[in-house]
Design a protein around this ligand. Sequence first.
Ligand SMILES: Nc1ncnc2c1ncn2[C@@H]1O[C@H](COP(=O)(O)OP(=O)(O)OP(=O)(O)O)[C@@H](O)[C@H]1O
Ligand SMILES: [Mg+2]
Length: 244
Amino acid sequence: MTIVAAREIEVSYYGDILVLQGVSVEVEEGKITIVIGPNGAGKSTLLKTLYGLLTPRRGRILYRGEDITGMKVHHFLSKGLAYVPQARSIFPELTVRENLLLGCWIMRRDGKAVQEALEYVFSFFPMLREKQRAKAGTLSGGQQKILEVARGLLTHPEVFLLDEPTATLAPIVAKEIYAFLENLRAHKTTVVLVDQNVKQAFEISDYVYILELGRNRAQGPKAMFQGKLREVIQDWLDYEIPGG
Ligand SMILES: Nc1ncnc2c1ncn2[C@@H]1O[C@H](COP(=O)(O)OP(=O)(O)OP(=O)(O)O)[C@@H](O)[C@H]1O
Ligand SMILES: [Mg+2]
């Protein structure tokens, strides 16, 4: 069953330049959908639109069949969507615990729910329990990213949108994050992952979307791309390094 969908969305930041020119995606519940494509393809823009940070000029965003186009972000959040942006979004001067408590904002009147949410993320990332009192800015880059991911997880999202969560991370931390995402399947959490680490993202994926220049280039179940991914990536490399 499709849990979240974009139907032929057109999105621009300003003026007449359409960054997404009629992009469509259907995200299957409980599966891992990856969105890949070269720089500037519109991957981050798609994710922001699925989370309600941007409103399409044309086209529709559907959640469990309900049209939620144009709703405010807190509606998307209360529907069960969570989002981890590409850029760093933690507060370095606050402690790890304080950063997590900010992610519990929508349940702030329910102490028990907050405690359960913290326990839920600590069960995935015990490191955060140990570092609760540390200023977030003193964590390593990998630990900071784990904190951001954990903050998204606090609301127990039905759909978890992540924008390049492993970019710039050491391979060992990246591996931990991929293993965690794979593990979310067992928790029935739907994952939409934008990633430049095409190979690793592909390994954990169920469904693949390839965007190029603001349009759908190809899509299909993982099996459709098995053994063919290299060709696709080669295209981007040829494009980015002409003759190189
Ligand atoms: N805030 C913004 N204002 C204006 N234009 C933007 C903004 N953010 C992105 N763009 C433009 O929109 C296009 C798509 O950007 P987007 O960030 O969605 O691509 P991407 O596929 O995520 O790329 P990357 O792999 O570099 O993260 C690019 O041409 C970019 O310059
Ligand atoms: Mg991006």
